[in-house]
Ligand binder design. Structure first.
Ligand SMILES: Nc1ncnc2c1ncn2[C@@H]1O[C@H](COP(=O)(O)OP(=O)(O)O)[C@@H](O)[C@H]1O
Ligand SMILES: [Mg+2]
Length: 256
């Protein structure tokens, strides 16, 4: 999808739609207040459910590992595993705290100038181990700009998108992150999303059939959608089964 295609999408299409069978676009509009209220109240129930669901499995894992460690069974190894689960719980809680902030009526994003390269560098760094484990090459290209963004919210969005690109890449695959004009593109050459399921992937807990053997909660893109809607940011997913996925994110206030 070129930048010109993108302009056409933004001008011609309204809130959430499938542009072509393989491109799903989210274009936030002010929207009808009663619909917005409904979305907010739905999302409250959603996130309460999500907390229970998402925190339960790492918590049970930590409890199990703690028992083993108490008995002196492979203490060092079990402590490292516990650390991983606790880190995951911490990230989930950070997301949830931000989300509950975003849901408040008087929420004002903390928008300021952010160095995109630095933010991307920080987020990519968090996944270094995973990159190495899967022998994935990651190209971080031409993102040396300042943008206007809420850094905390942006990081959550990027973490979700980048972790998906890595998770759904094949071993020794390639992931590319680059900027084209006012768009940030995160592209992988991984499993892709079956055409008929693309429209569902941002629904809470939805996971496409072709990835069910890989672990996940189906919450990441629902969170991304929610945050970007509140921040009024347009985005799109372009995907082809077994060929790869690209997520496009509108960058606001780009300064070279
Ligand atoms: N980069 C990607 N490549 C292939 N499929 C993807 C990608 N990103 C998202 N998906 C699909 O969208 C679904 C929802 O994504 P997400 O909400 O992040 O949940 P999770 O990653 O926990 O399954 C995934 O289960 C997968 O089917
Ligand atoms: Mg995910």
């Amino acid at each position: 999808m070129s930048a010109t295609d993108w302009d056409e999408i933004v001008q011609e299409h309204r809130p959430i739609l499938l542009l072509k069978p393989d491109v799903l676009v989210f274009y936030p509009t002010a929207g009808d207040p009663s619909t917005e209220k409904q979305i907010l109240s739905d999302s409250k129930t959603f996130f309460v459910n999500a907390v229970a669901h998402e925190l339960f499995s790492p918590l049970s894992a930590v409890m199990g590992l703690l028992e083993l460690a108490k008995e002196g069974d492979r203490v060092q190894e079990n402590l490292l595993k516990m650390e991983r689960h606790l880190n995951r719980m911490q990230r989930i809680l950070e997301q949830l705290i931000l989300l509950s902030k975003i849901e408040q009526d008087n929420y004002q994003p903390f928008v300021r100038k952010v160095n995109l390269e630095q933010v991307l560098g920080d987020v990519v760094h968090e996944y270094e181990q995973r990159l190495a484990q899967k022998a994935i090459s990651l190209a971080l290209d031409k993102v040396n700009v300042m943008i206007k963004a809420d850094e905390e919210a942006l990081k959550i969005v990027l973490r979700n998108l980048i972790s998906n690109a890595l998770k759904y890449s094949k071993r020794a695959g390639h992931v590319e992150i680059k900027r084209t004009g006012d768009l940030l593109c995160i592209r992988d050459e991984g499993l892709g999303i079956p055409e008929q399921e693309l429209k569902n992937v941002t629904a809470r807990f939805y996971r496409a059939k072709n990835v069910r053997s890989i672990s996940g909660s189906g919450l990441g893109l629902a969170i991304v959608k929610h945050i970007l809607r509140r921040l009024n940011i347009t985005w799109a997913i372009h995907s082809q089964l077994n060929a790869g996925t690209t997520v496009y994110l509108e960058l606001v206030g780009v300064e070279e």
